[in-house]
Design a protein around this ligand. Structure first.
Ligand SMILES: *[C@@H]1O[C@H](CO)[C@@H](O)[C@H](O)[C@H]1NC(C)=O
Ligand SMILES: *[C@@H]1O[C@H](CO)[C@@H](O)[C@H](O)[C@H]1NC(C)=O
Length: 382
């Protein structure tokens, strides 16, 4: 082979490598799957559908593989994507950044790509929602990989603390053992298998590990994202509480069975927990190794980039600005006009609406109402 051909070959393979690296870098967002929330109900996750979602950039390679191997998890993830959007927008509805940009999935704006606090919340919340929905799917028997949680190894607390203190974990007393004589309840029912759900969610959410050629800052951001993911999964574990059911003749409750469950309030309980952690999120500086320093507690949310103040529109930083937002004229908090409008002032509008009121029923068959005028006052940021 003449040397010129060889060098052209080398050059073109170098270009190809660079192109591949660029493609890999663009795939940094592991939350593109949030776009699945727009899938129609009852959508069938065939192999072709999973591959299609991969081709259109909604799923990463590993996620598409999980989709093909265990399609039964997909409906839960679709629901989790919707939960993430609802809980986030509800939690931030009165703040300058109101989470409306999450609806743009999979084409996120910079504030959800550059490692801000807001990104930390969204990563954690999406993981929490995934665990919650998968755990519910397990308990409902919709998933092949899991069902009800194995009951805690601990015995239920005894009615008297003295008895409990002297109780050791004898092999016969583990799980459903004949502890009911001493205890106020026994383990039973169907506990939410948060552990299995967390494992399935982790595998799905982890995304691609950055390739060896990735720059240290991209690697570091990935580590931070994965940390926040884990904080979200843990927030669900921490939301487990004791739920019980009474048994015995005609509701006498002589026998109680209890399990550790997630309750009926949905992923919002974990969302409230994560919102408090958003408020106390910690900034971390990239290390040369691209790894996280070990001193951060698992529960903390971490961010690498300071957020914009979200006062004015700044497309480069993902800020939509608060011009035109409704504010509360009498609040001194985040939703108050002073804070929300960033000192730019606001316009107040009085709108008169006509309503039916003071309705009276007349003997048979008809109702007579008056018309009342109500004035509704709204404030809007300049
Ligand atoms: C959220 O903020 C954006 C930008 O300020 C605004 O256009 C949108 O109406 C807000 N959404 C809600 C629900 O307030
Ligand atoms: C405005 O803020 C006040 C004080 O925090 C609160 O009592 C009121 O319900 C708020 N009004 C609206 C429309 O949110």
């Amino acid at each position: 082979m003449p040397p010129t051909t060889r060098s052209t070959l080398a050059l073109s393979s170098l270009l190809l490598l660079l192109l591949l690296l660029l493609l890999l870098l663009r795939e940094g967002a592991c939350i593109k799957w949030l776009a699945l929330g727009r899938a129609v109900d009852g959508f069938e996750w065939t192999r072709e559908a999973c591959t299609g979602a991969r081709t259109s950039g909604l799923l990463e390679r590993k996620q598409a593989r999980a989709c093909r191997a265990t399609p039964d998890i997909m409906q839960n993830l679709v629901q989790a994507a919707r939960d993430t959007s609802t809980v986030c927008q509800q939690a931030f509805r009165h703040q300058r950044w109101n989470c409306s940009s999450i609806e743009r999935a999979p084409d996120f704006t910079p504030e959800l790509l550059t490692g801000t606090k807001e990104q930390a919340f969204v990563y954690a919340m999406s993981a929490a929602a995934a665990v919650w929905r998968l755990a519910r799917g397990c308990a409902l028997g919709n998933l092949a990989a899991c069902s009800c949680a194995t009951p805690p190894r601990r015995e239920p607390p005894a009615p008297s603390a003295l008895v409990q203190a002297s109780t050791s974990l004898s092999p016969t007393a583990i799980g459903f053992g004949p502890a009911s004589a001493r205890s106020a309840f026994k383990w039973g029912g169907c506990g939410d298998d948060v552990r299995s759900a967390s494992r399935i969610a982790k595998r799905f959410l982890q995304g691609e590990t950055p390739s060896p050629g990735t720059g240290a800052s991209a690697k570091f951001l990935h580590a931070v994202n994965m940390h926040n993911n884990r904080a979200g999964r843990r927030a669900v574990e921490q939301s487990l509480s004791l739920e019980c059911k009474c048994h015995g003749v005609s509701g006498s409750c002589s026998v109680r069975t209890c399990w550790r469950g997630l309750g009926s309030s949905g992923p919002a309980a974990a969302g409230a927990r994560l919102l408090r952690r958003y408020a106390t999120a910690a900034e971390v500086r990239p290390t040369s190794s691209g790894r996280l320093p070990p001193l951060y507690h698992h529960n903390n949310l971490l961010y690498t980039t300071k957020s914009a103040d979200y006062c004015l529109e700044d497309k480069r930083r993902g800020s939509l600005g608060t011009v035109g937002r409704q504010c509360n004229g009498s609040s001194a908090g985040y939703d108050g006009c002073e804070y929300l409008c960033c000192g730019r002032g606001h316009v107040t509008r009085a709108e008169e609406i006509l309503e039916r009121c003071e309705c009276k029923y007349f003997s048979c068959c008809y109702v007579k109402c008056k018309t009342c005028r109500n004035v509704i006052i709204t404030h809007e940021c300049n």
